[in-house]
Ligand binder design. Structure first.
Ligand code: HEC
Ligand code: HEC
Length: 367
């Protein structure tokens, strides 16, 4: 017994030295990402066949801002995903190749490492596939992938691919992998809210009220709440949980007017009008809001949740049940927040802005 304890004790310094939290490059030339523990585990979320390396990240970054990946050399991913706007484009509907208008608003790109399904309607479950789609999509960059490979060869990218993947071969798989590496490293975790979670700052009274409201499901007469955290979960403020559970109908439209949403992917009528619950990180800089960019301001968003909900077959139960007043089945669906409470929630939403993410030189256009 004694010898066993001594043996364990002798291992102790080694165990400390090897604690994976202590030093963490994912591979030898790993690109250092240090997400906060409250985002959840990350190492197992990085595909083992595509770790984030410094050279892979740098290649992904060059490709992300490479206009040659569009048919007429006019558009890159960075055109619709601009860093200073938390990788959105500030438009209700994105303009792609030759100004063609898409049906939906460009999505903010951050903390994608914890994302389970991509796009508003959940079309992809792998970041690599999601990243190759806009290149070929006729309303986005409109370039067949074989031509993308050829254009990158002509532009002298072979050396970058060699550094990133060990040989000069440029292929579609590697383009997708490099783009995925870059985007997985887009981690936003230094907002005032993070600084508060780390105990570095005191929030204002309004921010604190807003935070409590945001994460509280109301109980009439007992507990005031704004219900937001029921769907915009935890510190990531996104709906990223297994499968399509994070997809909801948040009452934007009635049955006649609503867009298909998740139903376009699953074909199931019960998924009509359900959309991906987006992250609210950096939300103050990503207007206009919702999949179709219908709201210009956060005030309009709060008015929507408070008193603008449209009833429909698939309206989410969390919205129906979320009220600060007793519910009568014949009533309109209302949260019944006061003007001050709405302002407080907005103060919390502003706390999610991360200036160091929006200005991180590592994520900027290298060309
Ligand atoms: C013309 C504008 C445009 C271009 C160019 C564009 N995107 Fe997007 N991006 C969008 C829109 C719009 C969506 C939402 C698509 C949907 O819901 O169907 C989106 C969604 C995404 C998402 C999903 C995010 C999430 O949280 O689900 C990722 C990732 C992404 N784009 C990466 C890229 C990459 C990588 C490129 C370049 C290869 C690119 N985009 C080029 C407009 C664009
Ligand atoms: C029932 C789940 C649910 C609840 C509750 C909920 N949301 Fe949402 N939220 C969503 C979904 C789903 C979307 C995307 C809807 C769409 O675009 O069609 C969304 C979109 C948003 C957007 C726009 C994001 C963007 O990138 O355009 C904001 C802002 C937002 N919600 C804030 C809030 C706030 C604040 C609350 C609480 C008052 C709240 N949400 C409550 C599910 C929910």
């Amino acid at each position: 017994m004694k010898s066993r304890i001594l043996f364990l004790l002798s291992l102790y310094p080694w165990l400390i030295a090897c604690n994976p939290e202590e030093y963490s490059p994912v591979v030898e030339d790993g690109y250092q990402i240090n997400p906060p523990v409250y985002f959840g585990d990350y190492k197992e979320r990085i595909p083992s066949d595509n770790p984030i390396t410094k050279n892979g990240f740098e290649l992904g970054r060059k490709l992300f801002y490479e206009k040659a990946l569009s048919a007429d050399n006019s558009i890159s991913c960075g055109t619709c995903h601009q860093q200073k706007l938390a990788f959105t484009d500030g438009k209700a509907k994105s303009e792609g190749f030759e100004g063609r208008l898409g049906k939906v608003s460009a999505m903010s790109l951050s903390n994608l490492l914890w994302t389970e399904n991509f796009t508003w309607s959940g079309k992809f479950d792998r970041l690599k596939d999601q990243s190759l789609d806009p290149i070929q999509n006729p309303i986005e960059m409109h370039l067949p992938l074989e031509q993308a490979v050829k254009k990158l060869e002509e532009k002298g990218y072979a050396a970058d691919f060699q550094k990133a993947f060990g040989s000069y071969d440029i292929n579609v798989e590697r383009i997708g992998n490099a783009l995925a590496q870059f985007q997985r490293a887009l981690i936003s975790s230094d907002s005032r809210y993070d600084q508060y979670l780390r105990g570095e700052i005191e929030p204002t009274q309004s921010e604190l009220n807003g935070m409590n409201l945001f994460f509280t499901h109301p109980i009439p007469g007992q507990l005031r709440g704004a219900n937001c955290g029921d769907c915009h979960l935890g510190p990531l403020t996104s709906g990223d949980i297994d499968g399509f559970q994070g997809f909801h109908n948040n009452g934007l439209d009635n049955d006649e007017t609503m867009d298909d949403g998740l139903m376009a992917v699953t074909g199931k009528p019960q998924d009509k009008g359900r959309f991906k619950t987006p992250t609210l990180r950096n939300i103050a800089v990503t207007a206009p809001y919702m999949h179709d960019g219908r709201f210009e301001t956060l005030e309009e968003v709060l008015d929507h949740y408070n008193s603008g909900i449209k009833k429909s077959e698939t309206l989410d139960i969390l919205i129906i049940e979320g009220s600060n007043e007793p519910i009568n089945v014949h009533d309109e669906i209302r949260l019944h927040l006061t003007e001050k409470e709405k302002k407080d929630v907005i103060a919390f939403l502003h706390m999610l802005t991360d200036e160091s993410f929006l200005n991180n030189p590592d994520f900027s256009n290298p060309h």
